[in-house]
Write a protein that binds this ligand. Structure first.
Ligand SMILES: [Fe+2]
Ligand SMILES: [Fe+2]
Length: 188
C-alpha cells in the first residue's frame, strides 16, 4: 500500500477511536453536573478542528485533485468529497461553538446536544467509509510514481497533536481516556 494512503487510513482509524469516545461521553451526560464530559467532548472537537480539518482533509484534497487530472470519470466523486470537506469543517466549528456555549452557561437540552453530536459523528464515519471504499483504491490505481513524488512536496505539514508520541500536553488526559476506552472495547 502506498505510504501516504497508509497514513490517511491510520488517521481514519484514530479519528474513529475518537468518535467512539465522543459517542460514549454523550451517553454519560446526565442532567446533573457533567462538566468533565462536556470538557472532554470540547477537546475532541478541538482536535477535529486542529488535525482532520486543518491537515488530514487538505492532504486528501491534493490527492483528489491529482486523481481528477488522471481520470476524468473520478470528477463526480472528487467534487463530492471536496464539498464534504468544507461541510465537515463547518460542522466542526458549529459543534465547537455549541459545546463552548454550554461551558459558558448556555442552556442546551440534552436531546439537542445528543442530536447534533450523533449527526456529527455519523457524518464523519460516512465520509471516511466513502473515501476508503471508493476514492482511495482509485487513487492507488491511477497515480503514477512521478505523481507521488510531486504530491509529497505539496502536502500540508503538521503533526497530529493527539495520536503522536510527541502529543501536546493539552491532550494528555484525553489520550489517557482514549487509551482506556480502547482497551475496554477491545477486551469486550
Ligand atoms: Fe476526507
Ligand atoms: Fe479522510
Amino acid at each position: 500500500m502506498n505510504i501516504i494512503i497508509r497514513e490517511l487510513r491510520a488517521d481514519h482509524h484514530n479519528i474513529a477511536r475518537l468518535l467512539v469516545l465522543m459517542r460514549n461521553l454523550i451517553g454519560l451526560i446526565k442532567k446533573a453536573d457533567s462538566k468533565n464530559e462536556i470538557r472532554n467532548i470540547r477537546k475532541c472537537v478541538e482536535y477535529m478542528k486542529a488535525y482532520p480539518d486543518e491537515i488530514h482533509h487538505p492532504k486528501e484534497d491534493v490527492l483528489f485533485a491529482r486523481l481528477k487530472e488522471r481520470n476524468k470519470s473520478s470528477a463526480v466523486y472528487v467534487e463530492n468529497l471536496l464539498d464534504e470537506h468544507k461541510i465537515l469543517t463547518r460542522k466542526s466549528k458549529e459543534f465547537y461553538e455549541l459545546v463552548r456555549g454550554i461551558e459558558e452557561g448556555n442552556i442546551v437540552s440534552h436531546d439537542h446536544l445528543k442530536m447534533v453530536s450523533i449527526e456529527y459523528i455519523d457524518a464523519q464515519f460516512r465520509h471516511m467509509r466513502y473515501e476508503e471504499a471508493s476514492i482511495f483504491p482509485m487513487i492507488e490505481q491511477e497515480l503514477t510514481i512521478s505523481d507521488w513524488k510531486s504530491i509529497i512536496l505539496m502536502l500540508p505539514s503538521g503533526n497530529d497533536p493527539l495520536f503522536n508520541k510527541n502529543r501536546k500536553k493539552y491532550y494528555a488526559s484525553l489520550y489517557a481516556q482514549l487509551a482506556d476506552s480502547y482497551k475496554i472495547s477491545r477486551a469486550k
